[in-house]
Write a protein that binds this ligand. Structure first.
Ligand SMILES: Nc1ncnc2c1ncn2[C@@H]1O[C@H](COP(=O)(O)OP(=O)(O)OP(=O)(O)O)[C@@H](O)[C@H]1O
Ligand SMILES: Cc1ncc(COP(=O)(O)O)c(N)n1
Length: 275
């Protein structure tokens, strides 16, 4: 049988941490890329010993090791889009920013991961300044959750109007080209509603609200889906709205595994449809 090689495949890169439980981080990102028929590449920043209950231990890679992974991928394979997730410390963030600039990585989605769903701190305190000053200005879009948007904007967030105000402040103060403030951590009707601001249009993105405790990895999945869609050539707004639809579906088919907050089901709608 002749081999049918595929040479025109979109490629995306995730620069993020490993989650041993498979729910978030690199593992969620690579599954999301695969779902979108995008070839997934990775630069691992740290290794977490983690499950659905929490994060037991974090071991950082050296900034040099992170840089070498990014270079190895970009210089040979090339990437059409990239996303960052858990970057952990100042040295790694500064290195990632430098590599993104030097290698000319476009379509960068920055998910400014700071705290896990289970409450574990995922970034050093002194690293947030470097994230703001060096990495966020390079992003096509940043995707803070409620907690991260509060830190980046300096505003308390309790309502949709607070999310709208935070999105505009982050856009103005941090020179982010576009901002998506995610509402997974909101209460009541605002849960699962996101706010988009690109400097001109302020939009409220709503999909159906999914009633589940298994939300581990939603943010990673969303940013990886945005990067996938950008790698496939979609414009930013379309990439975001389709990514949000995908996360809603993955939440609908979330996995009730482990004793805590289970992961979203990246492929389980396909199994369901197969009977
Ligand atoms: N219960 C829900 N129903 C519908 N959409 C949701 C729900 N929970 C989260 N989302 C959506 O999932 C996406 C991720 O948002 P969220 O605020 O959960 O990010 P996060 O806190 O960074 O996620 P993570 O759990 O990976 O840290 C957003 O588009 C959000 O609206
Ligand atoms: C390696 C890694 N990256 C990101 C998250 C955030 O995801 P969540 O808030 O769902 O725990 C995580 N827990 N672990």
């Amino acid at each position: 049988m002749n081999a049918e090689t595929i040479s025109r495949v979109p490629v995306a890169l995730t620069i993020a941490g490993s989650d041993s439980g498979g729910g978030a981080g690199i593992q969620a990102d690579l599954r999301t890329f695969a779902f979108h028929c995008v070839h997934g590449t990775s630069a691992i920043t740290c290794v977490t010993a983690q499950n659905t209950l929490g994060v037991a231990r974090v071991d950082a890679m050296s900034p040099e090791a992170v840089a070498a992974q990014i270079q190895a991928v970009v210089e040979d394979i090339g990437v059409q889009a990239a996303k960052t997730g858990m970057l952990l410390n100042q040295g790694i963030i500064a290195t990632v920013a430098q590599q993104v600039e030097t290698l000319g990585i476009n379509n960068l989605v920055v998910d400014p991961v700071m705290v896990s769903r289970t409450g574990a701190q995922l970034i050093d305190d002194n690293a947030i300044k470097t994230l703001r000053q060096q990495l966020i200005p390079l992003a096509a879009i940043i995707t803070p959750n409620r907690y991260e948007a509060q830190i980046l904007s300096g505003l308390p967030i309790n309502t949709l109007d607070d999310m709208r105000a935070a999105a505009q402040v982050i856009h103005r103060n941090l020179k982010a080209k576009a901002v998506l403030v995610k509402g997974g951590g909101m209460q009541g009707n605002a849960r699962g509603v996101d706010i988009w601001f690109d400097g001109q249009h302020l939009e409220t993105l709503t999909t159906k609200q999914v009633d589940t405790k298994n939300t581990h990895g939603t943010g990673c999945t969303l940013s990886a889906a945005i990067a996938s869609n950008l790698a496939k050539g979609q414009n930013l707004h379309q990439a975001v709205t389709q990514a949000k639809e995908y996360v809603t579906t993955a939440l609908t088919y979330s996995l009730n595994i482990g004793q805590g907050q289970g992961p979203v089901g990246h492929f389980f709608q396909l199994l369901q449809n197969d009977g």
